[in-house]
Design a protein around this ligand. Structure first.
Ligand SMILES: Nc1ncnc2c1ncn2[C@@H]1O[C@H](COP(=O)(O)OP(=O)(O)OP(=O)(O)O)[C@@H](O)[C@H]1O
Length: 293
């Protein structure tokens, strides 16, 4: 019987000849959630994702994806997942509409090709040959091909690399719609704002190890971190650090006689600040380890 998790991984290990790329990773992805896997270049994200997709084989660990071991999964299982890989290189002579329709034919319960093309913003390009698309347009097509089969679980490996800002926003809307429909999504991204906007939970991986899994709001104790309150006083910009920003704002309001406090801002560390701190601690540990040898 399938459990409540779309993905359940325990003790995942993948070794390459000169590198342990994944070093004992545990991971649970709940059904219906958007999970973002974050980490620096070479951390082991793509290796992990491709093992979950059944494209690479693990050296050790227990892996269950939609209730099956991906290394032994069949065509029916494959039709339940959608994949947007990091790179696609085919130089198809088909048009966008032909390609999306062609892929729809592989699945038992596909989405409507015209709707999917519109959802990724390629309606003006539907008759264009795939090989004539720009890098960002090609990436949008990759996303269309990933979702055309109406997957229960969607893997997105750096899906918005090369997107212009408008395309990224449009993509975010599409992901939100898929999430509302109940699709489970595993996303890797280097854009922290993307993770913050889309993910229910994030996992930070570095050097093949999972450092922390949490909501974007609570990663690294973020929610409890000291806030910075800044404003423009008559003497110039001012900033205080406080655990009670509300009290500080109330004090400022009184000081300004209830009128608008100029340039008032309350900031807690951003997801990027916290992420860099987590990653930084690993790099420092690696340098110290090297120095002690
Ligand atoms: N086929 C392979 N053969 C040998 N080493 C590999 C292979 N694939 C990946 N590696 C190595 O394993 C490590 C993890 O790579 P992986 O592609 O999983 O990282 P990543 O987190 O996805 O990085 P990026 O953010 O750059 O995409 C890297 O050091 C990489 O060089």
């Amino acid at each position: 019987m399938e459990n409540d998790n779309a993905v359940r991984v325990r003790g995942l290990v993948k070794r390459y000849p000169d590198k342990v790329a994944v070093d004992g990773v545990d991971l649970d992805i709940h059904r219906g959630e958007v999970f973002a896997l974050l980490g620096p270049n070479g951390a082991g994200k793509t290796t992990t994702v491709e093992i979950l997709e059944g494209y690479r084989h693990a050296d050790a660990g227990e892996i269950s994806v939609l209730g099956s071991d991906p290394a032994r999964a069949d065509r029916v299982w494959r039709s339940r997942i959608g994949i947007v890989a990091q790179t696609t290189r085919d130089e198809a002579v088909l048009s966008v509409a032909e390609m999306v329709t062609h892929f729809a034919g592989y699945y038992p319960n596909p989405r409507d090709p015209a709707q999917v093309i519109a959802a990724v913003g390629l309606q003006d390009k539907r008759k264009a040959r795939v090989r004539s698309l720009s890098g960002g347009q090609r990436r949008r097509l990759d996303v269309a091909l990933g979702v055309i089969g109406n997957p229960e679980l969607l893997f997105l490996d750096e899906p918005t690399t090369g997107f212009d800002p408008e395309a990224r926003r449009q993509f975010w809307t599409l992901i939100e719609e898929l999430r509302t429909e109940g699709t489970t999504i595993l996303l890797t991204t280097h854009y922290l704002d993307e993770a913050e906007h889309l993910a229910d939970r994030v996992g930070v991986i570095a050097d093949g190890r999972m450092l922390e899994v949490a909501t974007p709001e609570t990663l690294g104790g973020r929610g409890a971190r000291t806030a910075r309150v800044s404003w423009l006083s008559a003497d110039g910009p001012r900033e205080v650090r406080t655990d009670e920003p509300t009290a500080e704002v109330a004090r400022l309001m009184a000081a300004f006689g209830g009128s608008e406090v100029p340039e008032l801002e309350v900031r807690r560390p951003s997801l990027e600040d916290i992420y860099l701190e987590l990653i930084g601690s690993v790099s420092t540990a690696r340098v110290l380890e090297g120095a002690s040898k």
